[in-house]
Design a protein around this ligand. Structure first.
Ligand code: MTE
Length: 328
């Protein structure tokens, strides 16, 4: 007999999901059973939308039938869409949290992605063609920013492993380096801040990139991911501090050597390459022991968990790397 053992942080779904959404999920099952093609995402859609994205609800970026992957369960209520889409870090638009209106200027259509470096054959692909080659699904993930705020979000996207398979890296490739679009200072006024090492660059080891948690996001809350959250393509790497989850990606480069990432180039004593969440290793300027949920009070603290609670998926990746600074 197959017995499902609950993990420490795992709650039953009706405790993890706000009641309204839980009821909606029952409605979904009924609707699907009744033969109607209503998707989870469509029913989960809440009211907070920008006009442009309202129109896009049938976009291939979300695909109405993207099923929820039930393996990833939350230990807290979902963050309301309103807060997740209006309290953002996206320095290309400004070094403060209120960038969402300015970000609507970002041109995301057409959008091409380059795959280059140590791959069988370098190529560029239009995002719509890329999406034909992958399987979209919905996942509920926690997100922990290095600044000690957190959120819980229903992302839509596909496992990064599928991208790596499409890229066909050579055996010599050890890292995947990703870059954010940085072409237009008009669209992205933050780029005028010349002291930042643009373009925003992040990287993972290949082993991290093919780990089942590494997720390439194209939607959230049942809609295409809005510009302020990294349209049309961003990462969600939930066991690492949020700065690893790079937004609006235009290239995936496979390399043998470890690159310098954006925050590492800027302040390597504070932000490193690995950046795995660890409540016991403080940031040089603040404690990482606890976090607060956006939309709530900064005084309502939740204890932070090692690897943001995802240790069972990823701790093995770091077994022989104890000499590295794994937690900043
Ligand atoms: N990607 C780019 N290109 N530029 C950024 O400034 N900020 C990072 C990450 N990805 C950032 C980025 C940080 S610090 C965090 S915490 C998350 O995006 C925030 O994601 P959110 O705005 O969707 O919550």
């Amino acid at each position: 007999m197959l017995i499902k053992v609950k993990r420490g942080w795992e709650l039953s779904e009706n405790l993890a999901t706000p009641e309204k959404l839980f009821i909606n999920r029952r409605q979904i099952s009924k609707a699907i059973a009744a033969g109607s093609l209503l998707s989870t995402s469509a029913l989960l859609a809440t009211t907070y939308r920008t006009d442009a994205y309202e129109k896009n609800i049938n976009s291939p970026l979300v695909n109405k039938l993207a099923p929820r992957n039930e393996k990833f369960v939350l230990d807290r209520p979902l963050t309301s869409e309103k807060y997740a889409t209006t309290y953002n870090n996206y320095y290309e638009f400004g070094s403060h949290k209120n960038i969402w209106k300015q970000a609507q200027k970002l041109t995301t259509n057409p959008w091409k992605v380059s795959v280059d470096g140590l791959v069988e054959k370098e190529f560029q692909i239009d995002i719509e063609d890329l999406l034909k080659k992958v399987d979209l699904e919905e996942r509920l993930y926690r997100h922990r920013c290095v600044e000690a705020w957190a959120m819980a979000v229903p992302w839509i996207g596909f496992p990064m492993k599928q991208l790596v398979e499409i890229a066909r890296p050579k055996a010599s490739a050890k890292f995947v380096v990703m870059r954010t679009v940085s072409e237009s200072k008009k669209e992205m006024p933050g780029l005028k801040q010349f002291w930042y090492p643009w373009p925003y660059t992040e990287a993972l080891t290949i082993d991290e990139a093919i780990n089942e948690l590494a997720f390439i996001v194209t939607g959230m809350y049942g809609k295409p991911v809005p510009p302020q959250n990294g349209a049309p393509l961003r990462l969600a790497i939930p066991w690492k501090y949020g700065f690893k989850s790079i937004k609006s990606i235009i290239s995936f480069s496979f390399t043998q050597t470890r690159p310098k990432t954006f925050w590492e180039s800027l302040a390597n004593k504070e932000y490193g390459f690995w950046a795995n969440v660890n409540p016991k290793i403080d940031h040089p300027r603040w404690s990482q022991a606890s976090e607060w949920m956006i939309g709530g009070s900064k005084n309502d603290r939740i204890p932070t968990q090692l690897f943001n609670g995802y240790g069972e998926f990823v701790s093995h990746l770091y077994k022989n790397l104890e000499s590295e600074n794994l937690y900043r």
